[in-house]
Design a protein around this ligand. Structure first.
Ligand SMILES: Cc1cc2nc3c(=O)[nH]c(=O)nc-3n(C[C@H](O)[C@H](O)[C@H](O)COP(=O)(O)OP(=O)(O)OC[C@H]3O[C@@H](n4cnc5c(N)ncnc54)[C@H](O)[C@@H]3O)c2cc1C
Length: 478
């Protein structure tokens, strides 16, 4: 801490000269009552940065807009089995997550057995098509080599077969620019028709809204990252009591305060310090700020001085994945009546229905989640939450008559409508990896950026942890 302070001071003096020279600094910020670092956002990335900085002796405070800790981790604790409305699966390669839960002694269980123990069945135009029927079914328009695959698996298989990256981390090497093309182009180059792309990628998208607006380079990175975790014993860790327990425990482990319900609206800095300005008028001061704000939120934050142009452009242009979930509880196990799988892949607003098996033995269905993604999420977001839940239930019952009168809708979560998220996660469009990826994590004087969208070597929760670590190291001058 002592030796890095000297280095930090020298660095800060340099930044001060640069900003002052730019003429953008109206008056020196006052130096009293301030902490070393203010972290904006009490999600995984911000809390990891805060913990690492405290370990090195920095005084840290966390400013959070919501009335709860955890950001895009949201465990629904009043629904049987505590289903997750946010980040759920922690894989074997999640080194930082696993290290953190071990150090903080957070009880975990390996829920790999929860995942899809019954086959997915397709529901197209109201017709149920089982896994056995699919390969020879008249609705199966897939190319011969893919006919045996469920439509949802086809993009994964194609992207695995065509992945040009020697190492998944090559995705952020400028040399990979020629691969920063659309997923649509990859399908077309491999002979797929538009109808086949609609059925396999666009129906229940996992990224973006269609194959046109998703970068294949991002998908190949994702594929390589997932592949790096394959081979070992199936690992899908989750925290007992819900994954939100992880950031909650991280926050408790901090010595510095976590201020809830403080919506940040501005971040300003000069050669003397930095300030975070909240909607209620509260101003916090520090030597450094770590911002973990998702890009859509940053569109409404006033940075003074303004962020450089590439970073500003990324904030205004990188889309977040539209995702709305409806959480349902079955009053009776209707799947035992019709003897079909409770897991469903549909072309309705119920989207992709996953049966959650969050009990101790991973077998009983505790709740169901209808995942509406892309355009389907947008459709649900256009009506009120009550209408959205009723719509999903009525479509569910229409295609699955045995469920009639047996579904209770308990919760709807639109990540797009959430003012503190603006979507599920960053989805890089074709060309955007090359143009924006590095810029989004670039420090701006005393302001450092983290958040899953700035991660280079991991995705999701582990990406968030990686990014918080990088931001903390920047401040430590490592
Ligand atoms: C539905 C869903 C499923 C997912 N599934 C998985 C999965 O299976 N595996 C996986 O690894 N990842 C998954 N993820 C992704 C993972 O949850 C996220 O990548 C991770 O939690 C992001 O952490 P973060 O710190 O970058 O952002 P966040 O958690 O969003 O943290 C940012 C924080 O900033 C706060 N904030 C926002 N605006 C303001 C403001 N103006 N003022 C003050 N505070 C503000 C937010 O409230 C939030 O607490 C999923 C996400 C979702 C939504």
């Amino acid at each position: 801490m002592q030796s890095s302070t000297v280095t930090r001071r020298t660095a800060l003096a340099t930044v001060g000269v640069t900003l002052a020279a730019s003429g953008l600094v109206p008056k020196p910020l006052r130096a009293q009552n301030r902490t070393d670092v203010l972290v904006v956002g009490a999600g995984l990335s911000g809390l990891n940065a805060a913990l690492l900085l405290e370990e090195q002796g920095f005084k840290v405070q966390v400013i959070e807009g919501r009335d709860r800790i955890g950001g895009r981790l949201l465990s629904l604790r009043d629904i049987p089995g505590n289903p997750e409305a946010g980040g759920n699966g922690i894989g074997s390669g999640y080194g930082r997550m696993i290290d953190t839960v071990e150090r903080l002694e957070i009880p975990m269980l390996n829920s790999a057995g929860r995942a899809q123990i019954t086959p997915f069945e397709l529901y197209l135009d109201g017709e149920r098509i089982s896994g056995e029927q699919w390969p020879t079914h008249p609705r199966n328009i897939l190319p011969e080599a893919f006919k045996a695959f469920s439509p949802r698996l086809v993009p994964l298989v194609l992207l695995r077969q065509t992945n040009p990256l020697a190492s998944f981390e090559d995705w952020y090497d400028p040399k990979s620019k020629p691969h920063d093309i659309s997923v649509y182009d990859v399908f077309k180059k491999n002979g797929f028709t538009d109808d086949q792309i609609d059925l396999t990628f666009n129906l229940n998208v996992s990224y973006g809204t269609s194959a046109h607006d998703v970068s294949a380079l991002m998908m190949w990175f994702n594929d390589g990252w997932v592949a790096s975790m394959e081979g070992g014993p199936p690992t899908q860790l989750s925290a007992i009591g819900g994954n939100m327990t992880i950031p909650e425990t991280m926050a408790k482990a901090l010595s510095g305060e976590v201020h809830l319900e403080r919506e940040v609206v501005g971040v300003r800095q000069d050669g003397n310090g930095a300030e975070v300005v909240c909607a209620d008028g509260t101003v916090y001061k520090a030597d450094h700020v770590v911002s973990s704000l998702p890009l859509p939120v940053m569109r409404y934050i006033k940075f003074d001085p303004f962020l450089p142009s590439v970073q500003s452009k990324a904030i205004s242009m990188v889309p977040y994945f539209p995702m709305t979930q409806v959480h349902l509880v079955a009053k009776d196990p209707f799947w035992e009546d019709d003897e079909w799988s409770p897991d469903m892949w549909t072309d309705t607003v119920a989207g992709h229905v996953i049966a959650n098996r969050h009990n101790v033995n991973n077998s009983d269905v505790t709740s169901l989640t209808a995942w509406a993604r892309g355009f389907t999420a947008h459709k649900l977001d256009q009506v009120s939450p009550e209408e959205g839940m009723a719509w999903v239930v009525s479509e569910f019952e229409r295609i699955r008559p045995s469920a009639k009168g047996k579904l209770e809708s308990r919760y709807i979560k639109s990540w797009m409508r959430d003012p503190f998220a603006g979507g599920d996660y960053a989805v890089w469009q074709p060309g955007q990896v090359t143009e924006f990826l590095h810029a989004t994590g670039q420090a701006h004087g005393r302001v450092h950026f983290c958040g899953e969208h700035t991660a280079l070597s991991n995705r999701g929760m582990e990406g968030a942890m990686e990014s918080g670590e990088r931001a903390a190291f920047e401040i430590m001058n490592i």
